[in-house]
Design a protein around this ligand. Structure first.
Ligand SMILES: [Zn+2]
Length: 436
């Protein structure tokens, strides 16, 4: 693992700074934001060919509102122009590859300093729940870590004994292997769980359905990464592992952070960037597209980047002492939806709710390749899954998509994950057919 890259250099300095800054007033936070924005825009103009041209008519930034003068950067623009957006060369950079819906991946370059700053911020968040590098942690990551021999021996993990991290493979979780995962987790006694929530969810569901009693007071907190969390998965994970899960929003492109606090509220971290929520006409709104300007992306500057996620804001303040503004929900990828001519777009939250009142559905993935049809891949547990369950599940779908869309159910043993290791509940391949 790239510990030196993450925890070397200025990591400590940033960690101390952001720990101290946890209770800044909103005014102080905005002041920091403005200073960072000014230098970020000026440096991007100076060091990136793309922004030099694009911002040639734009004067200096004097207030946070000035960000509105800058053009919005779409994902496609980033992809097309990435070589002129970079401000540093490959050799100097920490590389991050991001997956895309179309399968085309994007390579983002981070400066070493920015990487350290980002990890420090993330660790300040985790440290408020007792986490520290070196405390026993079970990690579900998208890295391929096992040998054929490991698999043959039902050993689905690798341990870093120095930092006390055990990496569990996320590519081998199935009904047959889950008992080995659970037995090993109980034996390892991690204090923290980090990683893909979809994998923790599968393990938790298996544990609950098989009446396995995970020892209480083992895990202090769970930190999901990378995927959208559905209420069902949160509930099952917390129930089985007998602890709380604290969400965070980030992305491999370097999006600014949103962190959940002890009160269970989501806060923007204004020190990590500028957040805007806009409607289709780019006007400010309460629920809509998230546009981000993350300060720690100096190697591949993202300025007013349309990251493809939707969020909903929440008014008011929090009692936890953190004065960063609140987010009601992270609605997830704006292209994670199914389209029905009858009822329109059905978003991820509504899609995951099709599991309501069903039993025995281990996992599903809905794929839409044409406008008139969807295919749902289903992994079921035959002990609990009956014809009645199928009826309920289909009824839940009909309530959302209407009766004209054709629904094909396909019972499978595995659902392939993305190259990044992430599981996607929705694969929408019809976005280009819609006109909005
Ligand atoms: Zn709070």
């Amino acid at each position: 693992m790239a510990y030196r890259k993450r925890y070397g250099g200025n990591y400590k300095k940033y960690f101390e700074k952001y720990k101290e800054n946890k209770t800044l007033s909103l005014k102080e936070l905005e002041q920091i934001q403005l200073e960072r924005l000014k230098t970020f825009v000026a440096n991007s103009k100076q060091n990136s060919d793309f922004y030099r041209t694009k911002f040639s008519d734009i004067g200096t930034i004097t207030s946070l509102k000035d960000v509105k003068k800058l053009p919005i950067l779409k994902k496609e623009d980033l992809r097309k122009n990435i070589n002129t957006i970079y401000t540093i060369n490959k050799e100097k950079a920490n590389i991050s590859k991001t997956g895309g819906t179309t399968g085309k991946s994007l390579t983002v370059r981070f400066t070493k300093d920015n990487t350290q700053e980002r990890f420090a911020m993330l660790d300040v968040f985790r440290s408020s729940f007792g986490y520290k590098l070196g405390k026993k942690t079970a990690w579900f990551s998208g890295k391929s870590i096992l040998t054929q021999n490991d698999i043959k021996k039902n050993r689905f993990w690798k341990t870093d004994y120095y930092y006390k991290v055990r990496y569990y493979s996320t590519f081998h979780i199935n009904k047959k292997s889950i008992p080995f995962y659970i037995t090993n987790l109980i034996k390892f006694k991690p204090k923290f769980l980090v990683g893909f929530p979809s994998n923790m969810y599968e393990i938790a569901k298996f544990g609950i359905n098989n009446n396995i009693d995970f020892p209480s007071n083992t895990i202090k907190a769970i930190f999901p990464t990378a995927e959208t969390i559905t209420p069902d998965s949160k509930k099952a994970i917390e129930q089985f592992f007998k602890t709380k899960m604290y969400n965070q929003y980030a992305s491999s492109e370097g999006a600014p952070f949103i962190f959940e606090c002890k009160q269970g509220k989501l806060h923007f971290e204004l020190q990590s960037g500028i957040f805007e929520v806009l409607d289709e006409n780019d006007n400010e709104t309460n629920e809509g597209r998230l546009i981000v300007t993350p300060f720690a992306t100096e190697g591949t500057p993202l300025i007013r980047y349309d990251i493809g996620d939707n969020i909903e804001l929440l008014d008011g303040t929090c009692t936890c002492g953190n004065n960063n503004p609140l987010v009601k929900t992270i609605l997830g990828r704006s292209d994670d939806f199914i389209y029905s001519k009858e009822t329109g777009k059905i978003n991820l939250g509504n899609i995951s709710n099709t599991l309501k009142d069903t039993e025995g559905i281990v996992k599903f993935q809905v794929v839409q390749n044409i406008l008139d049809e969807i295919t749902i891949l289903l992994i079921v547990d035959n002990k609990d899954y009956t014809e009645k369950t199928e009826k309920i599940f289909l009824k839940n779908w009909r309530d959302r998509v209407g009766y004209k869309l054709q629904i094909k159910l396909k019972y499978v043993n595995t659902i392939p994950v993305e190259k990044s290791g992430k599981y996607r509940m929705v694969k929408n391949n019809i976005k280009h057919l819609l006109n909005d």
